[in-house]
Design a protein around this ligand. Structure first.
Ligand code: FAD
Length: 535
């Protein structure tokens, strides 16, 4: 942390990656694991763009079957298995219920056919294959489903993740493989030699100092900001980005509790997810064209009304209102424009543009397909650099992912046992706490426990915060509450309870003045208020 960007200013890299969302992180990991020298710059926090604002599913994309995008279904479907194997702590199989309703998107036969094709294309494991449920069976799983018009349900398996945590684990693994990755480091301009991009100017926002970094190749993985960088490079011609906005709202599970995720029709024929998690249920998403400011996409009253109305349409005796919402997020899909297509119709496929200056831009794609996108880009980079090194990420376990899912309980129980001698200073629900920590950090909770034991007073929260600072580059309270612990969305009550304590640990570590600590606390409070402001 001390020297940050300055420490690499003398190195000439093979590759610079702009953007620390899942796409950039994936590219850095692929390149570093092949032995290329690589650095990555992210202008805000890692995953602070779209990669913390998705529906948080690693999915085979059943909806793409409706668009006959067979290749995308096959690719993303099989990729789920790879991600589950390499990061089982943050990619979990989850049952999904797809109610079949009169006049809905899928009839009984279509659901059966669709899910059967899906099972085959996505090479779904036998134990996870679809079932078609009767009305009674569907209601047994989810009694809140509206009976009127209900004809049964599809029941199948998808995988849920935490997009921000997945991004951070990929960043950490790329560092372990030799990549330099900096958050709060903005690429402000390109350097050219003989009209070719030869590096970038970077503003290190932590040090407030600008540096020049050279590389043979530069990749623009700036998601929704991609065209801004192409404009800077004077290469914004031909295909352009088409941003569509997706909103999610969060309600406490005491007002809307689900056993399984439900993927359901809204009145206009689009499909929406309602996903239970932690202390909440989240509902999304919208899909509308977006042309306003990219840095913080808004949430309108219409977005909220649309999602609340969708819930009302599918569930009986669930009367959610705006007042029930306790959190929300809004993200932008960086899609590639297709003439005459509506927001939901535009393909989610990724595309690569190479500008006359040699700047390589990657656009579109999905969280689920990040590894394959990275492979495609790094294959290209390796070809340009005349390096013959194959992709290694298919079998590369991500940071924290070394425990097989069947061994998780044994692992967490052994840590619980290790901590028992200190149990007087620890929470009485220690096992529950360790389970939640495991879902964030996987095998790395051993590092957190080590930090806790080192301190005089064993305190898991303090150790977690320190770990997020030392090993995951948290610089602000929002970094910790939103993108490291996920508490802002999934355990909002804990944010209230822990805010001052966590601020104290940051203050101690960074030696903040009281004024800085108070600003940080205020920023968390404002963030919480803004999440509930709809215009
Ligand atoms: P981003 O995450 O936006 O990253 C780009 C980064 O570049 C940003 O962090 C930004 O700060 C940085 N940057 C910009 N300019 C500069 C600069 N000058 N210098 C340095 N850094 C810069 N996919 C799935 O697989 N499953 C889902 O369930 C799913 N749900 C979705 C729901 C919604 C509502 C949305 C919007 C998307 C969803 N997606 C899903 C798609 C997925 O989230 C995106 O494809 C993915 O997160 C895009 O990642 P990215 O890295 O390309 O972009």
């Amino acid at each position: 942390m001390l020297n940050r960007v300055e420490k690499i200013s003398e190195i000439e890299f093979d590759l610079i990656v702009i953007g620390g969302g899942i796409t950039g992180a994936g590219i850095a990991l692929d390149a570093a694991s092949r032995g290329l020298s690589v650095c990555l710059f992210e202008k805000q926090d890692f995953a602070s763009g779209t990669s913390s604002k998705s529906t948080k599913l690693i999915h085979g994309g059943l909806r793409y079957l409706k668009q006959f995008d067979i290749k995308l279904v096959r690719e993303t479907g099989t990729e789920r298995a790879v991600l589950y194997r390499n990061a089982p702590h943050i990619v979990h199989p989850e049952k999904m219920l797809l109610p079949i309703i009169k006049g809905g998107s899928y009839g009984k036969w279509m659901t059966w056919l669709g899910l059967s094709i899906y099972d085959r294309l996505a090479k779904v494991k036998k134990s996870e294959r679809r079932k078609i449920l009767s009305v009674e069976e569907a209601l047994k799983i989810e009694p809140k489903l509206k009976l009127e018009g209900l004809k049964g349900a599809g029941y199948y398996t998808e995988y849920r993740t935490d997009d921000a945590r997945l991004t951070i684990e990929v960043i950490k693994t790329s560092r372990e493989n030799g990549a330099y990755c900096f958050n709060y480091a903005e690429v402000t301009d390109f350097l050219y030699e003989n009209n070719k991009v030869a590096g970038v100017k970077v503003l290190d926002k932590i040090k407030d100092k600008e540096f020049t970094i050279k590389a043979k190749i530069t990749v623009n993985a700036a998601g929704p900001w991609g065209d801004k960088l192409r404009k800077k490079d004077d290469s914004l011609k031909g295909k352009k980005l088409h941003l569509t906005k997706g909103v999610h709202i969060v309600v406490p599970n005491k007002v809307f509790r689900l056993r399984d995720t439900v993927y359901f029709d809204e009145p206009e024929g689009r499909m929406i997810f309602a996903i239970p998690r932690g202390e909440i249920t989240y509902i999304g998403t919208t899909d509308t064209n977006y042309t306003k400011g990219i840095d913080s996409p808004d949430i309108t009253k219409d977005d909220v009304a649309y999602l609340l109305n969708a819930v009302k349409f599918m569930f009986s005796n669930v009367h959610l209102t705006e007042k029930d919402i306790i959190a929300s997020w809004s993200g932008l899909r960086p899609l590639v424009h297709e003439e005459g297509k509506s927001a939901s119709e535009i393909s989610r496929k990724d595309e690569i543009f190479v500008s006359p200056s040699g700047l390589i831009t990657i656009a579109g794609g999905k969280l689920t397909g990040y590894r394959l996108m990275a492979k495609k880009i790094v294959d290209k980079v390796a070809y340009e650099l005349n390096i013959d090194k194959p992709c290694k990420t298919k079998n590369l376990v991500l940071s924290g992912g070394s425990i097989h899912p069947t061994d998780k309980d044994l692992f967490v129980t052994s840590i619980n046992t290790l901590l028992l001698p200190y149990s007087t200073t620890l929470d009485n629900n220690l096992k529950g706490k360790l389970d939640i920590l495991y879902d964030c950090y996987g095998a790395n909770i051993t590092n957190i426990v080590e930090l806790a034991i080192k301190n005089d007073q064993i305190n898991l929260l303090r150790a977690e915060v320190e770990y997020s600072i030392i090993s995951e580059s948290s610089f602000t309270l929002l970094d910790y509450f939103i993108r490291r612990s996920g508490k802002m969305f999934f355990y909002p009550q804990q944010v209230e309870e822990e805010l001052n304590e966590v601020a104290g640990y940051f203050q101690t570590y960074f030696n903040w003045e009281d004024s800085r600590k108070n600003i940080e606390i205020q920023l968390v409070k404002e963030y919480k208020e803004n999440m509930l402001e709809f215009n």
